[in-house]
Write a protein that binds this ligand. Structure first.
Ligand code: SAH
Length: 347
């Protein structure tokens, strides 16, 4: 019989499972706290439970946890990139970024990705599988444990398309904001999507005040299609209308990510078209100089072009920032550490 993935259970579900073992309610709280606050990785560490009880828990449940394979520390800004091994030996990456306002962790939501964006390293080998809620949680738990740093912000912007792993994403979010768990504020969480309209609308109904970011990258359908296969499936107007709906339902300011690629989407006319596209939307635009990956020939825009693009948006009174490149010295860009690990180990 397969063991139950205990870290993916809500506390009331855990209570139901433990009831069948005849445990009193206070034990439920203790066990939940060991898992989600004290962040243990085995039942042996639950020292206020008897040996007998720990053994019977071990028979029924599994504590899904990740193992650190490697970590890269940036000398310039303290960013740490982790490579973790899952229980089925697959590997994923997560990043800890240190900002003045607190520590932020960027997590993966899938092993690989099927979306096929032309500039992204995470999608090259396709999608291997979805991550479990416990595997998303444990990226944060292990980073907090390994680094000794308290994590206050989360961005679901690592490998994978979070809305393509919808149910596990929702469960992960509900567990990480649980006051009885790590209790991270939903307002400090950002979920980034390549834009799947029906999933965005469903997400708006969940009552979770998280920030939603759209990987826009282009001011019109035509350019977007050349960069992102998902744009051939959903028209930009459909995606934008789902995004507006998300704002109406949650009141959360929207974020648009726009990776600037030399000669593709970085002209002044593109900036003007973009300004028109987001006109009247309460939003913030993040400009990201594209991070070149060796498998593709996309190049970063020239500095002057980047500044000019930003200036044109500002003239149109749009909130815009150029994303600071964290951990540039350690290849912190999407999927590159995992990719180079897989390349090396499969030689
Ligand atoms: N699938 C989700 C989340 C993962 S990608 C999404 O599409 O949003 C996270 C962000 O990194 C996206 O905005 C993505 O477009 C961007 N990105 C991926 N590869 C990049 C690269 N090489 N340079 C700059 N940004 C990149």
């Amino acid at each position: 019989m397969n063991k139950i993935d205990i870290k993916s259970l809500y506390i009331d579900e855990l209570a139901m499972e433990l009831k069948s073992l005849g445990l009193p309610a206070f034990r439920v709280k203790q066990i939940y706290e060991w898992l989600h606050v004290k962040l243990v990785t085995s039942f042996e560490e639950m020292t206020n439970l008897s040996k007998e009880l720990r053994e019977s828990l071990n028979e029924k449940f599994q504590i899904t946890s990740l193992q650190e394979v490697d970590s890269l520390h940036s000398a310039s800004d303290g960013t740490i990139k982790y490579l973790f091994r899952l229980m089925d030996d697959r590997v994923i990456e997560s990043v800890l970024m240190k900002y003045h306002h607190g520590n932020s962790v960027c997590i993966s939501s899938q092993v690989g990705c099927k979306m096929g964006c032309k500039f992204c390293a995470s999608t090259i080998g396709g999608k291997e599988r979805d991550l479990l809620p416990s595997e998303m949680l444990d990226q944060i738990y292990r980073i907090q444990d390994l680094s000794g740093e308290r994590v206050s912000n989360i961005v679901v912007m690592g490998t994978g398309e979070p809305l393509d792993n919808y149910d596990n994403l929702i469960r992960f979010l509900k567990l990480i904001i649980d006051p009885q768990g790590l209790n991270i504020s939903a307002r400090n969480i950002t979920v980034s999507t390549c834009g799947i309209p029906d999933k965005i609308r469903a997400f708006a109904e969940e009552g979770l005040p998280v920030t939603l970011a759209l990987s826009l990258h282009a001011p019109n359908n035509e350019i977007r299609k050349s960069m992102m296969p998902v744009a051939t499936k959903y028209e930009l107007s459909e995606v934008m209308s789902a995004f507006r709906y998300y704002y109406e339902k949650t009141g959360r300011r929207l974020t648009f990510e726009y990776s600037l690629v030399d000669g593709v989407n970085d002209e002044e006319e593109h900036a003007r078209e973009l300004a028109k596209l987001v006109k009247g939307i309460n939003c913030h635009i993040n400009l990201i100089p594209v991070n070149p990956i060796k498998e593709r020939n996309y190049r970063k825009s020239k500095n002057e072009k980047i500044q000019n693009f930003k200036f044109t948006l500002e003239k149109n009174r749009i909130n815009v920032t150029i994303r600071r490149e964290m951990g540039a010295d350690i290849d912190a860009a999407c999927g590159q550490l995992r990719k180079s690990y897989i390349d090396k180990t499969s030689l």
